[in-house]
Ligand binder design. Structure first.
Ligand code: GLA
Length: 383
């Protein structure tokens, strides 16, 4: 944190007024359910983005990324998405939404630093949005609840950056509690913290390092398919999202819905059931059953929803073959990104040995790292 204070001071000639940090996330189960008003069960991880901010006397906005050694600038009257502003668009998006709601009247200077791997499905962008929103909220004394702040961050991503993500990532980044995963009902926005007590079992993330060129277009296509399916299903049974339908409804709809779409939507409704089961199983601390649900979730994402890829399937298979692994699945949107594995600490070296062939087969190296369930956004410095 001292580094960020120093960098901010060097850049702007004044100390930050406030620093907020927000975590990345790993989703344990409940994939591609949030934009269908379903259930998710993610946790925040102990990797963070930190945003330092200070007030300015003019109407300008300045952005400095310590990690990229990059600077962007604009003003309050000129806030629009610009492709070349890359990372700064996430901050600009949040400020723009807060400005539309009448909360912002003066210029601000920002510095950003973090350690969440970027672009690998661990929600570094959601963390950046949440840290920005939380820092500004606290600095200006804006009265908004945690869930509302998550919505603002999501809206920044949807309407400013133009990515049609659901609410999961921003919500968990703001609301998580150390030592717990979160069950979130993305329709009612009810949530429950579920303490995780794993003993010598670890939560291991494996980054496939696959270049993720397909993710955005395929993600939007899946969303559209889910919506189309609902409009067809609702001719038989009222409902406004896949959340309102059961696996039986999907099974009974052969002929009504194109086969690929039907199969994909079956994933969503079955995944919702898995998340409900997963919550009670995790409360009983039955890691064996929880791991099995993770494995079923992966198979369904691979075979029904079709958002996995050969590299992720390969990594998951190596995990499944390793003694001491309870469960393993792809996590996040898919088409690359990471897997999450519940593994006994002593089995990790055996898993690593199995990964040795990856580079030879796919020509890039996977990376593994342990993570722990972390707190949501925090203010870590005030001046
Ligand atoms: C991305 C989105 C989330 C969610 C997942 C898939 O992480 O940002 O809202 O839809 O994909 O479960």
């Amino acid at each position: 944190m001292d580094d960020l204070i120093r960098s901010h001071k060097e850049e702007y000639g004044q100390d930050p007024d406030i620093i907020a940090q927000a975590p990345g996330r790993v989703n344990l189960i409940g994939e591609h359910t949030d934009y269908n008003e379903g259930f998710v069960l993610p946790m925040a991880i102990d990797y963070y983005v930190r945003v330092a901010v200070s007030r300015r006397k003019d109407q300008h906005l300045r952005f400095y990324s310590v990690d990229f050694n990059d600077r962007k600038r604009t003003s309050l009257s000129n806030l629009r998405f610009k492709k070349e502003d890359r990372w700064a668009n996430y901050l600009k998006g949040v400020i723009s939404i807060l400005q539309t709601r009448g909360y912002i009247s003066g210029g601000l200077s920002f510095s950003v630093a973090g350690n969440i791997p970027v672009g690998v499905g661990l929600s570094s962008s959601a963390a950046l949005e949440v840290a920005t929103a939380y820092a500004v909220q606290t600095l200006l004394g804006i009265d908004i609840s945690g869930p509302e702040l998550a919505r603002i961050a999501q809206e920044a991503e949807n309407s400013f950056v133009g990515v049609q993500c659901g609410i999961m990532d921003q919500f968990v980044s703001r609301m998580a509690k150390e030592g717990s995963a979160m069950f979130i009902d993305t329709r009612s926005m009810e949530y429950r913290h579920i303490p995780i007590s794993l003993g010598n079992i670890k939560i291991l993330i494996t980054n496939s390092n696959v270049p993720r060129s397909l993710v955005e277009s395929e993600y939007n296509q899946r969303r559209a398919e889910c919506e189309r399916c609902v409009s067809l299903l609702s001719s038989r049974k009222p409902g406004r999202a896949l959340r309102d339908y059961s696996p039986e409804d999907l099974r009974d709809s052969m002929g009504l819905i194109p086969e690929t779409t039907r199969k994909r939507c079956l994933h969503v409704v079955e995944e919702n059931e898995r998340v409900r089961d997963a919550e009670s199983i995790l409360r009983r601390n039955d890691i064996v059953s929880f791991g099995k649900l993770m494995n079923r979730s992966h198979e369904s994402l691979r075979d029904q929803y079709e958002v996995s890829c050969p590299e992720l399937d390969w990594l998951v298979k190596r995990a499944w073959e390793t003694d001491g692994v309870y469960g393993s699945r792809m996590t996040g949107a898919g088409f690359g990104g990471c897997t999450v594995t519940l593994i006994e600490e002593k089995a990790i070296p055996k898993y690593e040995i199995r990964l040795e062939a990856y580079e030879r087969i796919f020509s890039f190296k996977p990376e593994i790292f342990l993570c722990h369930p972390a707190d949501g956004a925090q203010i870590i410095f005030t001046n």
